[in-house]
Write a protein that binds this ligand. Structure first.
Ligand code: GTP
Length: 229
């Protein structure tokens, strides 16, 4: 089907797009709290560690498009590694979380990134996958802060991650923004990948100078589009 509302691949603009989001980071940085703040606008000052993984869905609208976000909260403790890693495959967006009052959780972001790249099977470079870095617990007093916003920016620049922000699940600061910027980043990369695919499928209309063009970003995207809601 082609037409004004169609993207050229038969997908209409009003489809509800399912996106799987995983949240990774050390135990205690606030991954479960970020998820429950986003899903049910609720904050619980509990201290229970997640075992394995848990997921919840929420329908959101970003830039006029509807998305069902399937958010996977994972266990940050090392002893649960074998329970969480099988769930990385098929992820569309990865949120790397640390707590701004916990320097070692920030230092471990790289380990989380590498664990995700390995078990999710992402092979096309960090800059082609929607990673978002979130410094949670931005409500803590400045004397308890161990990671500055500048350090967050510098780390993301060095690691080619363009989306990052500080959040507080406790005071509900930037939580919705973290998820909507994640979706925005996904949409930007998706658009870029589709453009490259079009060039690949219509090589007579562009000059490729003999190189093969492959977006590599979510080649299975079509299977994830759900029916109209
Ligand atoms: N001050 C403050 N505390 C928070 C915030 N988010 C979470 N916490 C607290 O941090 C602790 C850990 O939160 P969780 O959400 O369970 O942490 P987690 O990352 O899911 O931990 P694991 O399940 O072990 O991986 C709890 O006591 C929360 O109340 C926040 O934004 N600010």
């Amino acid at each position: 089907m082609m037409g004004e509302d169609c993207d050229g691949y038969g997908r209409t603009a009003n489809k509800n797009i399912l996106l799987k989001i995983v949240i990774l980071g050390d135990g205690g940085v606030g991954k479960s709290c970020l998820m429950s703040r986003f899903i049910s606008n609720h904050f619980d000052d509990h201290n229970f560690h997640t075992i394995g993984v848990e997921f919840m869905n929420k329908v959101v609208e970003v830039n006029g498009k509807q998305y069902t976000l399937q958010i996977w909260d994972t266990a940050g403790q090392e002893r649960f590694k074998s329970l969480r890693t099988p769930f990385y495959r098929g992820t569309d967006i990865c949120i790397l979380a640390y707590a701004i009052d916990d320097r070692s959780s920030f230092n471990n972001i790289k380990t989380w990134l590498n664990e995700f790249l390995h078990y999710a099977g992402v092979k096309n470079g960090i800059e082609k996958f929607p990673f978002i870095v979130v410094g949670n617990k931005s409500d803590v007093s400045s004397k308890d802060r161990e990671v500055s916003h500048e350090q967050l920016k510098q780390w993301c620049d060095e690691n080619k991650i363009s989306t990052y922000l500080e959040t507080s699940a406790k005071t509900d600061s930037n939580v919705v923004e973290a998820f909507s910027q994640s979706v925005q980043r996904w949409a930007d990369l998706e658009q870029k990948a589709e453009k490259e695919l079009r060039m690949y499928h219509h090589p007579d209309t562009v000059t490729l100078h003999g190189s093969s063009v492959s977006s590599g970003f979510r080649a299975t995207c079509c299977s994830r589009f759900m029916s109209d809601t």
